[in-house]
Design a protein around this ligand. Structure first.
Ligand code: ZN
Length: 209
């Protein structure tokens, strides 16, 4: 069983990270997850994913054609304890978000996700003259699968005991991809800022006691 100190140890010591992920895999993952691998940075340099925490990619030769099992790659950002403050935050990204993408690849639920891969490569090679239009197109392609993954996170967040900051950022991302109006997006962003200030005040008060 994975516990909080396993996670904190893995954050502190990069050499423990693959072992930590192996433990999660061993504890049981869905059939469509073939591997969970630690990698300092994303291995596909064509993609600009310097801020990524984790990604899911279908393994084309996983012997289950036409269904593709996936590899989840987990990057060093996932262990910085800034975004994932605790094990619950980390597991929410891994199991509720990335496993959802693995499921989408396996069951072919989102054609958009498949088109998104070659498109991203072309985009990063600079083969689209208008970057603004290209970015909008890519966003549209990813809207449905991303909204589904963020929705799944929101559905599981209360049972997981995630940090408030993390829960809010998931809410904000869901608002962005689900097509909730821009006004709501601004509202969520502002309340996130306000809550952060309040958390800071509470922390400060706590220190003084
Ligand atoms: Zn995603």
């Amino acid at each position: 069983m994975i516990n909080e100190s396993d996670y904190q140890d893995a954050c502190f010591n990069p050499y423990l990270r693959q072992n930590f992920l192996d433990k999660i895999k061993k504890a049981g993952v869905p059939e469509y997850v073939q591997r969970i691998s630690y990698s300092k940075k994303p291995s596909l340099s064509l993609f600009d994913m310097s801020n990524a925490y984790m990604t899911t990619r279908p393994l084309l030769f996983s012997n289950t054609f036409p269904r593709f099992k996936s590899e989840i790659q987990v990057y060093e950002n996932a262990f910085d304890t800034i975004f994932h403050k605790c094990l619950s935050d980390f597991m929410c990204t891994l199991e509720d978000h990335e496993f959802t993408h693995a499921k989408q690849f396996f069951f072919g639920m989102t054609v958009e996700k498949y088109f998104g891969i070659p498109f991203k490569i072309l985009f990063n090679l600079g083969l689209f003259p208008d970057k603004k239009i290209a970015k909008k197109y890519l966003f549209d392609l990813q809207k449905k699968p991303e909204a589904e993954a963020y929705k799944n996170q929101l559905d599981n967040i209360s049972r997981r005991n995630c940090s408030l900051q993390y829960a809010l950022s998931v809410g904000f991302k869901y608002a962005k991809y689900s097509g909730i109006s821009a006004d709501v997006e601004v509202f969520v962003k502002n309340s996130f800022g306000e809550l952060e200030k309040k958390i800071f005040v509470i922390d400060k008060q706590g220190d003084e006691q």
